[in-house]
Design a protein around this ligand. Structure first.
Ligand SMILES: Cc1cc2nc3c(=O)[nH]c(=O)nc-3n(C[C@H](O)[C@H](O)[C@H](O)COP(=O)(O)OP(=O)(O)OC[C@H]3O[C@@H](n4cnc5c(N)ncnc54)[C@H](O)[C@@H]3O)c2cc1C
Length: 366
């Protein structure tokens, strides 16, 4: 017989928005379960190991911009997770390479996913479980899960008083559109959101394969047909948390290039193209990496966004959607939206006092 887990709130998606929704609700006394289809926390706050070297293949750095984000960065610095990386990035324009306006770029030397690991310490998370179905029952929601990897099959059912979908709107839509009473009008906010994709190339070089002095660490390509960003990822390490023993560069494609190649079976031509385009700007050495790895982000950056902090659906039990698509400030929006979803859920449940972000960040993890 199938065993179902019962909780007050099921949060689908363990990215930043999901973590920000789960933390205040758990602190207020609700039982909370996070369901995540991948094997780790953080979503697009993603780190990767290439030949033993740590690198970031999602969020590149954080800055103290935005009310929530600046407090978040300060708290993560105090907890020793974030360190200043550079004081100024570079921009490549038609006139050539120039310095961007000064603003400190903060990174987690151990990898940006360390931020999510730090936040998620006291939370219950089921990994490798994709939420596929949602159905109202007499006392709450029934969630049907799919095991993404072998060994995560039991249990595959969850019952919850309330559900928060903290996932990109195009991934939330198929879960909610089959619910009873869902009209086109109700679904319009989800259906109208769109994302730009991104191809992220990790390229690792032999020690003697790069110039002794590389004049940039973070290089933006506004308006470029093929590239959006190039970063010297190996420079994010510190002496106490080195990233690896070989230089590593991260290249993010433009949305246009990603749209044309996201489903390519053979990725060799697009890898060569990204390297060639990058080399044309920074030097031929970029063309000869030792190892490469290409990641396809289908939902990388929100393009068409929803105008409110979260989306409360008119369902018999609380069902709230949130994520970085609820605004246009990426990580700042994900923080704000997750907190808004927690607050909207609480308003429909016990209306407990919820901690603020600064109270959450300044209390030791449970
Ligand atoms: C290459 C790249 C670079 C970036 N750089 C920056 C940057 O420098 N600064 C910045 O502010 N932002 C940056 N961003 C954007 C930033 O990563 C996002 O805005 C933010 O992390 C979004 O958080 P989220 O929680 O809304 O979504 P996500 O991080 O996408 O989290 C959603 C989670 O839900 C899971 N999920 C999806 N569907 C299901 C399902 N059915 N069942 C279970 N789990 C599911 C996913 O696996 C994922 O873990 C970057 C993004 C990319 C791709």
């Amino acid at each position: 017989m199938a065993i179902a887990m019962r909780v007050d709130v099921a949060v689908v998606g363990a990215g930043l928005a999901g973590l920000m929704a789960a933390l205040p609700l758990q602190a207020a006394g609700y039982s909370v379960l996070l369901l995540e289809k991948s094997r780790g926390l953080g979503g697009r706050l993603a780190s990767y190991r290439l030949n033993g070297s740590r690198c970031d293949r999602g969020v590149r750095y954080l800055t103290e911009e935005g009310r929530l984000l600046s407090g978040f960065v300060r708290s993560l610095r105090q907890r020793g997770v974030l360190e200043p990386w550079i004081e100024q990035g570079h921009i490549y324009t038609a006139e050539g390479l120039r310095l961007d306006s000064p603003r400190t770029h903060y990174v987690a030397p151990e990898g940006m996913s360390q931020i999510a690991k730090e936040l998620g310490q006291g939370l219950t998370v089921w990994y490798s479980r994709r939420v596929q179905t949602l159905a109202p029952e007499s006392e709450g929601w029934h969630l049907g899960l799919e095991a993404v990897v072998e060994g995560s099959e039991v249990p595959l059912e969850v019952k919850a008083q309330a559900v928060i979908l903290a996932i990109p709107a195009p991934q939330a839509l198929p879960i909610v559109e089959t619910l009873p009473g869902m009209t086109q009008e109700i679904l319009t906010p989800l259906a109208s959101v769109s994302y730009d994709p991104c191809l992220t190339l990790l390229a690792q070089y032999p020690q003697n394969g790069v110039p002794a002095e590389i004049p940039w660490c973070s290089l933006e390509f506004p308006g470029d047909r093929d590239l959006s960003w190039l970063g010297l990822d190996s420079s994010k390490g510190t002496s106490s948390a080195p990233r690896g023993d070989r230089p590593l560069v991260v290249i993010n494609s433009s949305p246009e290039l990603a749209r044309s190649h996201i489903d390519d079976e053979d990725v060799t031509p697009v890898i060569e193209h990204l390297l060639n385009q990058g080399a044309a700007h920074v030097g031929d050495w970029l063309n000869t990496p030792e190892t490469t790895h290409l990641h396809r982000w289908r939902y990388a950056f929100p393009r068409q966004t929803w105008s409110q902090d979260s989306l409360v659906l008119p369902t018999p039990f609380p069902l709230i959607c949130c994520g970085d698509w609820c605004g246009s400030h990426q990580v700042e929006t994900a923080l704000r939206s997750g907190l808004a979803a927690a607050s909207a859920t609480n308003a429909q449940l016990q209306q407990h006092p919820l901690p603020t972000l600064s109270q959450l960040m300044n209390s030791p993890p449970k």
